[in-house]
Write a protein that binds this ligand. Structure first.
Ligand SMILES: *Cc1c(COP(=O)(O)O)cnc(C)c1O
Length: 336
């Protein structure tokens, strides 16, 4: 099957499975698992932080970051469509009494600096205490300019706010911008990265920060039920995510653009090619029914989520010839 629903569907590589089989393990709740420790240090070094923490999921990494930075009655500024506002079950509010202050995204995926400044609350007994700005990069496949990250960072620092990056796909941004990922992460106090999306690990994310932050975060991970035991089995795959799986992201981006350009030529879709910057294509269906289309595609070995604004996500398990298969199936659906 050609599965375009998400890059979370990637299967672990042969070398990952072998590394998992051979991994040295220990009890990570005691800090004894050598493979987890290796992954955490490797991630911290690559992202330019003192320390890293292996977590069960990106949702857990983001939640731990918020619980570590903020107290009950604090507030974080976040995008209205951001994963850690909209797609994480309201965890920060549910478990931490932390209030989100959502802000509408601009078309390029950023949050307006003006709107952020306006949302930061003065110290006053009526208001929650604004403590943190959370930025998502990439957001819906869009990459935030480095200059923008610098500006956000300055606003946060001027207002004594923590800066968290939900960098689930930050490596896609770095590959697109052709920069070392540190050029992105250096603007943040903490960063979460998904190993289990385009980077192909079966499970897991990484949260990075300074040593003091991570020591506190270990406690919150335990509270969240994320203290794992012989987790080196999983970390072994995560190490290969960081060492073997970053380079192919470039190909995923090329495949996305090839599909985007073809859809753009079809009268049944409207695509803004400027918004295809990494591994995602969003295409508005102008004609026909997305449920029927998805049923037809599935019969032809292609899986998509039916939606009027269809999302196609590229990843290492989609090969160049698969892109042609998808284009052909879409054309056939409309001509039959
Ligand atoms: C996928 C994703 C996450 C975390 O997802 P999990 O499924 O919990 O690993 C967080 N933020 C963004 C932007 C994501 O795309």
């Amino acid at each position: 099957m050609i599965d375009l629903r998400s890059d979370t569907v990637t299967k672990p590589t042969i070398s990952m499975r072998k590394a998992m089989m051979d991994a040295n393990v220990g009890d990570d709740v005691f800090g004894d698992d050598p493979t987890v420790n290796e992954l955490q240090q490797l991630a911290a070094d690559k992202l330019g932080f003192e320390a890293g923490l292996f977590t069960c999921s990106g949702t857990q990494a983001n939640l731990i970051a918020l619980l570590s930075h903020c107290q009950r009655g604090d507030e974080y500024i976040v995008g209205q469509e951001a994963h850690n506002f909209k797609w994480e079950g309201g965890g920060a509010a549910v478990l931490g009494g932390i209030q989100p202050q959502p802000i509408e995204h601009e078309e390029n995926g950023s949050l307006s600096l003006k709107k952020i400044k306006k949302a930061i609350k003065p110290i006053n007994i009526h208001f929650a205490k604004t403590k943190l700005i959370s930025i998502e990069n990439t957001h819906h496949g869009k990459v935030l300019p480095l200059k923008y990250l610098d500006e956000i960072s300055k606003i946060a620092q001027q207002n004594r706010l923590y800066r968290h990056l939900d960098g689930a796909r930050a490596f896609n941004a770095a590959v697109k911008q052709q920069v070392n990922i540190k050029e992105i992460t250096k603007y943040f106090d903490t960063v979460s990265i998904c190993l289990s999306k385009g980077l192909a690990a079966p499970i897991g994310s990484i949260l990075c920060g300074n040593r003091e932050f991570i020591e506190n975060a270990i406690r919150w991970r335990k509270v969240c039920g994320g203290g794992m035991r012989q987790a080196g089995i999983l970390a072994a795959a995560g190490i290969l995510s960081l060492t073997e799986q970053v380079d192919h992201l470039q190909e995923d981006h090329e495949h996305a653009m090839i599909l985007g350009e073809s859809l753009n030529e079809m009268p049944e879709f409207r695509v803004d090619l400027n918004l295809i910057q990494t591994n995602m294509v969003f295409a508005r269906l102008l004609k026909g029914d997305s449920d029927e289309l998805s049923v037809y595609l599935r019969k032809n070995g292609i899986i998509v989520v039916p939606d009027e604004n269809m999302r196609f996500v590229f990843h290492k398990d989609i090969k160049r010839e698969d892109v042609d298969t998808v284009i052909k199936a879409l054309k056939d659906f409309f001509t039959k």
